[in-house]
Design a protein around this ligand. Sequence first.
Ligand code: AMP
Ligand code: ZN
Length: 465
Amino acid sequence: MVDLKLYDSLSRSVRTFAKLGARPVGIYSCGPTVYARQHLGNMRPYVFADLLRRTLVSAGYAVKHVINITDVGHLTSDADEGGDKVELAAARANTSALEITEHYTALFKADLQRLGVAAPDVWAKASAHIPEQIAMIERLEAGGFCYRSADGVYFDTSRAPHYGELSGLRASLEHSRIGVDQAHKRHPSDFALWKFSSDEGPRRQLEWPSPWGRGFPGWHIECSAMASKYLGDQFEIHTGGVDHIAVHHSNEIVQAEHALAVRPWVKYWMHGAWLTMEGVKLAKSAGLAPNLDDLSALGVSATAFRYYLTTAHYRSPLDLSLEALRAAETGHQRMSHFVERHLQESNASTTPADDEWRRQFFAALYDDLDAPRALAVLWCILADSSLPPGARAQLIAELGAVLGLSWKSARAVHGDEQALKLLEDRQRARAERDFIKADQLRAELLERGFAIEDGPQGPSLRRAR
Ligand code: AMP
Ligand code: ZN
């Protein structure tokens, strides 16, 4: 097996990857809460998980990937207070919780498809796994790791000496600074496993009977219960966003390790960094939540957005601006043009130089998924005039696929081979300083409905509006 290195948030170190046993490598990715349309920031963790999956496959591993859909139990506050996000959205829209969650789940899956994120082996919906969650809480209860209070059943973090090892926050001490009303908990870091339906106010749409009373599961228990159902009591990789470290994943670790009597439950914890705009995190709550449709209205394709995400390491925050997106669109188009133009000239023979480029590409990827470095190798290949263009196009297509990049969008954006040809003619005219001809070609393109944009990485076409 190849030497694949991954950063593990728990040990806070880059470690050589080793799988656990004969089963496929298990990856569990915390999924979205489907009460609203997912914004561009929400897409980033799944593009990162997709890159991880593709990298493992390219390294020769069989992989089983699970993504969950949170359709119940995610409250507006991480401190187990506030309303259920799905129930609140359903009330706001005056519709059923089921309608809300089905609508946004379908949009989420369609968005991932547009980004070239492969569907996971299992989509695990929280509301479809209530018995598994109850069974896990029962095991915790049997071990004396939880208690019942007026509004629910809580995990007792004072019984878990390792609590907080992921975040570095010690149980109770730092959590006591949350400063909210925690009357139902013995310790501020304790968390809800099961919440009772309230007898006051409107009746919940999502609730089930349980050994403790009518109610619904806490958000954290769903992930632990579904991960162990599909991936076993121990598995290799759990992914999420950096926001999951302090509470959600810290809670997942203690409840799973105590319910399943294993340690470690998960071998590698991996977390993706924020997507920001002018330094501010994209978030629905902040009203900063552009989605893929907003991008395409600006003339930026989903594939170009994926290309843009590939320009940053998954652990580095990435700032979004229209200028940067347009540069990514141009870069992606330039590479697409090259691949589309020369792919049919390629033949199957591989030269030693190809192998050197492959080596450099995978060295980058196996170094904790260094996608920007791997992408830079693709640009070096494009510029390597010692290789015939057909061989370069073939290599870029093959290695680009490992990054989840697709080269079809250029054609989709242009929709017209003739327009591509006119763009090339115009480039040639400009190179020959025949500016009159270049302007004529620009006008001809406009007539066909295409505008030319000259960016730092060369000219590209955009549908004129
Ligand atoms: P949520 O639906 O809020 O639970 O978020 C779903 C996923 O999107 C989680 O993994 C979050 O970590 C992630 N996420 C939310 N906002 C951003 C952002 N601005 N940048 C990157 N990831 C984000
Ligand atoms: Zn989760």
